[in-house]
Design a protein around this ligand. Structure first.
Ligand SMILES: O=C(O)[C@H](O)COP(=O)(O)O
Length: 324
C-alpha cells in the first residue's frame, strides 16, 4: 500500500490513500480468455449497487432504479491545458478554450476513468471545463451520451426536452454552474505570470496565487472562491452522491483547490502547497457521509483502481461482460 503523504496531485503517481486499510488479494473476475485476474480489493468495500441500471436485477416490480448505494464515486478533474495556460497568462474568469495538448490531456483522462461509473457531470460555465468533460466522456466504456442541460429559461428547458425514456437512460446530464468557475483573478487577468512576478516580486505573486485569504488586486482570494464553489458542492453535488449517484466534476485549479481543501480537511497553511496538474482525474469514494481520497487512476487496466473498492471492480466486470 502506497500511503499518500503529500498533498500534491500529479500525473506521476497514483496514490492510494493512507487511510486505505485491510486490502486483500481476491479475484476480481475473469477476462474474456477465462484467466483469473488478481487485483487488490479494499476489504472495507461494501457490496452495493454501482452496476449500471441496465444490469440491475429487477425487483419483480420492473423497478430498475439503482438501489440506494452505500458508496458512490466522485471524480474531480481540472481542465486540460488552456490557450492562456500555454501562454502563461493569468486566466481566472476569462473564458478561453483548450490547446491541442489540453484536448489530448482530456482524452487521456477519459481513458483513465473509462471503467468508473458516472451518472451525472458538473462543469463550470467555462468552455475549457466543458470541453474537458465531453472529451473525457468520449472514452467512457459505458458509451452513455453526456448532454448539457439547459435551464437558463423555461423555453430553454422545454425546447431541450428528451421525449424517449430509453434515450434518456442512455444519456448523462451535464450541469454547468458559474459557481464552479475559476477564481476571479481581478487585475491580473491577461497578465503574464512571469512578468507579474518580475514586477511585484515572486513572494507576492505566490501569495496571490496560493494563499487562502490574500486576494489578487480586485480579485477573489481562495476563501472567497470557496464561499461559492464549496457551498455549491455541498448544496448541489453532495445530494447526488448521497442518493448513490456517481459524479464527475470538471472545473479549475482554484475552484477545485477550495473543494479539495474541504474534502481533505486541509488547513489554510496546508492548502498553500496544494497544486493540481491539468487534466489529471482524482478519485474519491463517498461513503456514509465521508469522503475518502483514493488517488489518481493511472490507467484503465490498472488493477489498483479497483483496489479502491470491490464495487468499482464489479462495475468494471459488468462493462467487460457487456463488451463480450
Ligand atoms: O486562472 C489561471 O491562470 C489558472 O487556471 C490557474 O492559475 P494559478 O495556477 O496561477 O492559480
Amino acid at each position: 500500500i502506497v500511503s499518500a503523504q503529500s498533498h500534491r496531485w500529479n500525473s506521476k503517481n497514483s496514490r492510494l490513500d493512507r487511510r486505505t486499510a485491510n486490502v486483500r488479494l481476491v479475484s476480481v473476475g475473469s477476462c474474456c480468455s477465462g484467466n483469473r485476474k488478481l487485483g487488490l480489493v479494499c476489504a472495507s468495500g461494501s457490496q452495493s449497487s454501482v452496476i449500471d441500471p441496465v444490469h440491475l436485477p429487477s425487483n419483480g416490480k420492473g423497478d430498475h432504479s439503482p438501489k440506494k448505494s452505500s458508496e458512490s464515486s466522485l471524480i474531480l478533474i481540472r481542465h486540460g491545458e488552456s490557450m492562456w495556460n500555454e501562454k502563461n497568462l493569468f486566466t481566472g474568469c476569462v473564458d478561453v478554450p483548450l490547446t491541442p495538448k489540453g484536448v489530448d490531456e482530456a482524452i487521456e483522462a477519459g481513458k483513465r476513468i473509462c471503467n468508473i461509473p458516472i451518472d451525472v457531470i458538473f462543469t463550470s460555465a467555462m468552455i475549457r471545463s466543458q470541453m474537458t468533460a465531453m472529451l473525457a466522456m468520449m472514452q467512457h466504456r459505458r458509451k452513455k451520451v453526456p448532454i448539457i442541460t439547459h435551464k437558463e429559461s423555461e423555453q430553454a428547458q422545454s425546447w431541450s426536452k428528451i421525449y424517449s425514456e430509453d434515450t434518456k437512460e442512455q444519456s448523462i446530464p451535464v450541469i454547468t454552474a458559474w459557481q464552479l468557475n475559476e477564481r476571479m483573478y481581478g487585475e491580473l487577468q491577461g497578465l503574464n505570470k512571469q512578468e507579474t512576478a518580475d514586477r511585484f516580486g515572486k513572494e507576492q505573486v505566490h501569495e496571490w496565487r496560493r494563499s487562502y485569504d490574500t486576494p489578487p488586486p480586485n480579485g477573489e482570494s481562495l476563501e472567497m472562491c470557496a464561499d461559492r464553489a464549496v457551498s455549491y458542492f455541498k448544496d448541489q453535488v453532495v445530494p447526488h452522491l448521497t442518493a448513490g449517484k456517481h459524479v464527475m466534476v470538471a472545473a479549475h485549479a482554484n475552484s477545485l483547490r477550495s473543494i479539495i481543501m474541504h474534502l481533505d480537511k486541509l488547513t489554510s497553511q496546508e492548502v498553500i502547497s496544494l497544486e493540481l496538474s491539468t487534466g489529471i482525474p482524482m478519485l474519491y469514494i463517498f461513503k456514509e457521509g465521508e469522503f475518502i481520497r483514493r488517488g489518481s487512476p493511472v490507467g484503465p487496466s490498472e488493477a489498483s483502481v479497483y483496489a479502491y473498492t470491490r464495487n468499482l471492480a464489479t462495475y468494471r466486470d459488468t462493462l467487460d461482460s457487456m463488451v463480450q
